[in-house]
Each structure stands twice: as C-alpha cells, then as structure tokens.
Design a protein around this ligand. Structure first.
Ligand SMILES: [Fe+2]
Length: 352
C-alpha cells in the first residue's frame, strides 16, 4: 500500500526498491529507521510499504491448497534458444554485446513466464543440465524471475532480476578452464581463484553503459550470504543487494541438484533440506517465495510414504513442496502432510 512519506512509521517495511539516479537508496524489505526516514523525506513524497501482516511469514495458519495445472514447463525450443543465447554470450568479448545478448535471453524467459501467468514451476522438468555454466545461467535466470514475480516484482524491476540471473556467472570466462572444469574438488588455492569470478563479472560489466549499476551489483554480490560469511564483500543482511539475495537462493539450489564431474546431483528434496540447514545464508522472505514457487511432486505422481504405502499426489500445499496431499493407492486414505496428525510421515525418495 502507498503511504505519504510524512505518514511513515518506524514499524513500516518498505515494499519497493527505491532508486535515486540509478543508485539504490533503500531496498525492498527494509524496515523504516530514522535514518531512512530522513532520506525518504528528501527524495520521495510517497512510498509503497507492506500492509502490517503482509510481510510476515505465515506459520501454522490454514495452508492454501492449489492445483499445479499452471506449472511451468519450458518447451525444449525455448530451453535450446536460451541455452544457445547464453553460450554465445559467454563467447562475446565486448561488454555491450554481452549485455544485449543477456537482455534478449532474459526477455525470452520473461515472455514465457509472464505470458503464461505461471504460478508454479516444476523444477525437475525445468532442469536439464549438460553444459553446466550455460544451462546453469538459464536455470538461475528462470528461477530468479519466478521468485521475483512471487515477491511482487513486475516490469523494469523484474527485467533487472532476469538480466542479472543470466549474467551472474559471466566472470567465469576469466577463470582458467583447468579450474572451471576440474573433475574433482578444488584445492584451497584453486577455490580462491574461483571466488574471484563475481569481481571479474562486475569489472566486465562496468565497461558497458547499457546496464545499471544496481544490476552490476547483483552480479558482484551473488555469493554474499545473509550472515556475512559470503564473498567478495562480506556484506550481511539488508546491505546485500536485493537481486543478489534472490540469485543466491536460485544459485545454491541449482548447484545442489546439478550433477558435476566430481559430484552427484542431490534430489530436490535433499537439496531443500540442505538449504533449510543453511538458512542463515539467505533472506528468509526469499526462501519462502522460492518454496511458494516450486512443485516437487506434481499432481498424479506416485510416491512412497515412510509408512510403506504407495500414494498418488492429490494437491499441493503452497509453501510446503515436501508436504503435498496424498491418497493411498490401496486403502484410499487421504494424507494431508501439513496436517499435525501426519507430521511424522515423509515422502521417501530413492537413493541418489
Ligand atoms: Fe557464481
């Protein structure tokens, strides 16, 4: 909701990224402080804030049931065009060309996402990785767009996220191939070199005037962690660029589920559990939006429950992709896995 700057209170949380001359003044999700108030008094007459209860993560309330009919499955043609575009982008030597190619790929993904009014994405259907960095860029760009949309981004704000998602690892072109494609775990020294890729990416993008500084910062900060333990700047909390916070969630998930020469990909279930364990690394609102975006078990899928029963997925529980509504094949009993009586039950996934 929009409020006059003069009516802002310290309990309000800002619901938009506020720029002054392309520089971010206040990021979405920031709680109003006296310092922020004084800045906003100067630059803005009114500002969008979350309604009192809108910013809270709902826990223990009635869970929304939803069908997954509108789940996004990117067509093979789109995937191929996007992947080819990113492959081309990684070969460009001119910064303007890199940015314009990334813009085209991002627009392609945005058209797919916005045009279909997609609300959920089946990530297993989305993920198709062989040439890691190219496909990773497309996957992260797509997931970042979906998360951002869930957070209420639209128009130019959404475009910035898509662009940064496609570009986030462009600095890897400066990392030696022997490190980038090493079929084993990196040594400490190699990892130090690898950790320079966000800085290289930023330096490459500084050469183009066609990209905003805020998007460049998203690329620079995509490995920052919410608790300040990331790199290269060791920023923490709201100091981290909002696009980078979105990219961090999409990037880590994609890295976990992707098979690499030196590691097997985790199942989506295990990847999510591991991310819950790393919750200090992420902005919780973005993790929540991510959980609201994904479907792990589409309606109609057969799964095995930890009590040994074979079940069919009947419906999703929004925000709880590991806990859909199931119906037993033999007894026809319905298990709503978010129901307190079912909390001891989990879906058993095959060993990876
Ligand atoms: Fe990266």
């Amino acid at each position: 909701m929009k409020v006059k700057t003069t009516d802002l209170q310290l309990s309000h949380v800002i619901a938009e990224d506020i720029f002054v001359n392309h520089t971010l003044l206040v990021s979405r999700g920031t709680k109003v402080s006296s310092d922020i108030l004084s800045k906003l008094y100067i630059f803005r007459q009114d500002v969008n804030v979350y309604k009192e209860d809108e910013n809270e993560i709902e826990i223990g309330t009635e869970t929304e049931k939803l069908s997954d009919e509108s789940a996004l499955v990117l067509s093979d043609k789109i995937k191929e065009r996007a992947r080819t575009g990113v492959e081309y982008m990684f070969k460009c030597e001119n910064a303007d060309e890199i940015v314009s190619t990334a813009n085209s790929v991002s627009s392609l993904l945005m058209e797919e996402i916005v045009g279909k009014s997609v609300i959920n994405v089946s990530l297993t259907a989305l993920h198709l990785s062989d040439e890691y960095t190219f496909q990773h860029s497309v996957d992260v760009g797509t997931m970042a767009l979906l998360i951002a949309r869930k957070l209420g981004y639209a128009g130019v704000e959404l475009e910035r996220v898509g662009l940064a998602g496609i570009l986030h690892d462009i600095g890897k072109t400066k990392i030696p191939n022997s490190i980038l494609n090493k079929p084993a775990k990196l040594t400490d020294e190699e990892f130090t070199i690898m950790k320079a890729h966000p800085v290289y990416g930023y330096q490459m993008l500084v050469e183009s005037k066609d990209i905003e500084e805020y998007v460049r910062q998203g690329v620079l900060q995509h490995h920052e962690k919410y608790d300040g333990s990331g790199y290269p700047l060791k920023y923490a909390g709201n100091k981290i660029n909002m696009i980078a916070r979105i990219l961090a969630v999409a990037d880590v998930y994609d890295a976990l589920v992707t098979e690499r020469p030196y590691k097997k990909g985790k199942s989506p279930e295990i990847a999510l559990e591991m991310m819950f364990g790393m919750h200090n690394h992420f902005d919780i609102r973005i993790v929540q939006a991510f959980l609201n975006t994904i479907i792990l078990h589409p309606v109609g899928e057969h799964v095995f429950l930890s009590n040994g029963e074979e079940c069919v997925v009947e419906a999703q529980n929004q925000g709880y992709p590991l806990r859909p509504v199931l119906k037993s094949v033999s007894s026809k009993q319905v298990y709503d896995l978010v129901d307190p009586s079912c909390l001891s039950l989990i879906i058993v996934t095959p060993e990876q």
